[in-house]
Design a protein around this ligand. Structure first.
Ligand code: BG6
Length: 492
């Protein structure tokens, strides 16, 4: 078990304190960090939202949330009570004037604390909250602002948000969350690539045939239909999470692990992404929308029914893409990406398929030319697998088959995988922005997404239907099979 180094004492103000993200993710993450001794006893977590509520009532809500979202084996009653003592609450109107003096008075009690302002609200409020923080003198050297996604819905709206926040916070104090970057296995990609010489030498177009990135979810749109229908899978997942994974896969070695070195390299990958034009949109993209079907053996409704009626929504709940990174390293190596709701499995993985051997000395019936594959499982069953060809034991000639060199992180490390928000929240307090997105990254990713959204908007056909519980429309299979390749699915 690693030694836990406590962070500096902080007052974290969570705007949107009664919302889903706070209850489901932020409070549990802070509880775990507290329980492990990483949060000093002089720290406070100050909930802020429009609802009038006493601090006691907020603590009660938090207690309920923690009991709901943390497994009983991790909930120690004494620790829970001690953690709740650090919670406080102020009613603040993010868009108006009410409550700001109360918040200022509370923060003035401990002027030397590190002050993360976590904006777990609708992005429409980011600008006004930041202006209010500034107008009330609440921004100092030890303040940071944390922005949840979505940062806009296109380049224009992202710029407007970035401008408004940037008026009062310098870029080094702005922490844009992409929670995929906080996942242990995603950080492990950095370790895999840059702490091992064997892989890095192979990370080129000469050796790699193609890369696949799959992020599948079994859930539908849950209670978020209103947001999701204005977003869709491209904005909700690809513009941020999948492109960030692609960046970590494809980037050159950063000079150091500091925030700007890593982000400079990711930015180069985003800049090298070939824009998808109206001319090739049909050939390299597939959009889908789930129809009724079954997931985990249970019948589920169609997306349109989930929206609450017979609306003729054209929002995509599934995307498959063939992308090109235009650089010396990656020229000619396609990156196939796919993500969707109501797929058969919750599964995130990156598959690096190496080229087949150029020539086989083995007899044709021995299947000697199966290419090697490196499978990086991000969730669940986190681990790394390298498929290598081996000889089938025993007599019968030289028969070959792929076998796995297999590292299961769960079996190897035998410890709980902290949720992404735990790491990210502590990094905010430390002021370490390596795992957060810089303004230029977000905007370049939006510029790329905008050209695809525009190309789609100009097409007459709606997204293709796929039955809930399948791996998307059959066209997604055709997208990769046209190139003589297949999605990695055999062991799922
Ligand atoms: C969020 C998306 O950013 O990521 C959700 O808005 C999605 O639609 C979620 O369900 C997936 O995250 P995870 O950590 O469960 O893979």
């Amino acid at each position: 078990m690693a030694t836990i180094i406590p962070v500096a004492s902080f007052d974290c103000v969570v705007f949107g304190a009664t919302g889903d993200l706070t209850t489901r993710k932020l409070l549990p993450a802070l509880y775990y960090r507290y329980k492990d001794g990483q949060i000093p006893g002089t720290s406070r977590i100050i909930g802020a939202s429009r609802s009038e509520m006493s601090a006691e009532a907020f603590r009660e809500r938090a207690r309920d949330a923690l009991k709901r979202f943390i497994p009983a084996r991790d909930l120690d009653e004494d620790k829970l009570a001690a953690f709740l003592d650090h919670l406080d609450y102020v009613a603040v109107d993010g868009a108006g004037d009410d409550g700001w003096d109360d918040l200022a008075a509370k923060l003035a009690e401990r002027p030397d604390q590190v002050r993360p302002y976590y904006l777990a609200t609708s992005p429409d409020l980011y600008g006004s909250i930041c202006r209010n923080l500034s107008a009330h003198g609440l921004i100092g050297e030890k303040s940071r602002v944390v922005l949840e996604k979505p940062i806009g819905k296109d380049l224009k709206s992202a710029r407007a948000i970035n401008d408004a926040v940037g008026e009062v916070f310098p870029e080094e104090q702005i922490f844009r969350i992409d929670h995929y970057l906080g996942k242990e296995t995603v950080q492990n990609l950095l370790a895999l690539r840059f702490a091992n010489t064997i892989f890095e030498r192979l990370w080129t177009a000469d050796v790699i045939d193609h890369v696949q990135i799959t992020v599948g979810e079994t859930v539908g749109v849950e209670g978020r239909a209103g947001y999701y229908d204005t977003s869709g899978a491209l904005r909700d997942m690809v513009q941020n999470h999948l492109l960030q994974l692609l960046c970590l896969m494809a980037m050159e070695s950063p000079l150091t692990l500091d925030a700007n070195s890593v982000r400079d390299e990711k930015l180069k990958v985003l800049r090298a992404l070939k824009p998808i034009t109206p001319r090739d949109v049909q050939a390299v993209t597939v959009r889908g929308q789930y129809s009724a079907g079954a997931v985990d053996g249970k019948p589920v409704e169609s997306y349109r029914t989930d929206l609450g009626g017979e609306t003729a929504s054209r929002t995509e709940t599934f995307v498959a893409l063939k992308l090109e990174v235009q650089s010396w390293r990656w020229a000619g190596v396609p990156f196939y990406l796919r993500t969707g709701k109501r797929l058969p499995q919750k599964l995130s993985e990156i598959v690096v398929q190496f080229r087949a051997s150029p020539f086989s000395i083995f007899p044709a019936e021995s299947f000697g030319r199966e290419p090697n594959r490196l499978v990086i499982r991000l969730q669940p069953e986190e681990g790394i697998k390298l498929e290598v060809m081996t000889k089938d034991p025993g007599p019968g000639g030289m028969r070959l088959r792929p076998t796995n060199l297999d590292i299961s992180f769960e079996e190897t490390f035998k410890q709980r995988y902290p949720d992404a928000y735990e790491r990210l929240l502590m990094d905010v307090v430390r002021g370490n922005a390596t795992l957060f997105m810089r303004r230029d990254e977000v905007e370049v990713a939006w510029a790329w997404a905008d050209s695809l959204l525009k190309a789609w908007a100009d097409r007459p056909e709606p997204p293709r239907a796929y039955p809930a519980g399948s791996w998307g429309p059959t066209a997604a299979i055709a997208l990769i099979e046209r190139d003589g390749r297949t999605w990695h699915e055999e062991m799922h």
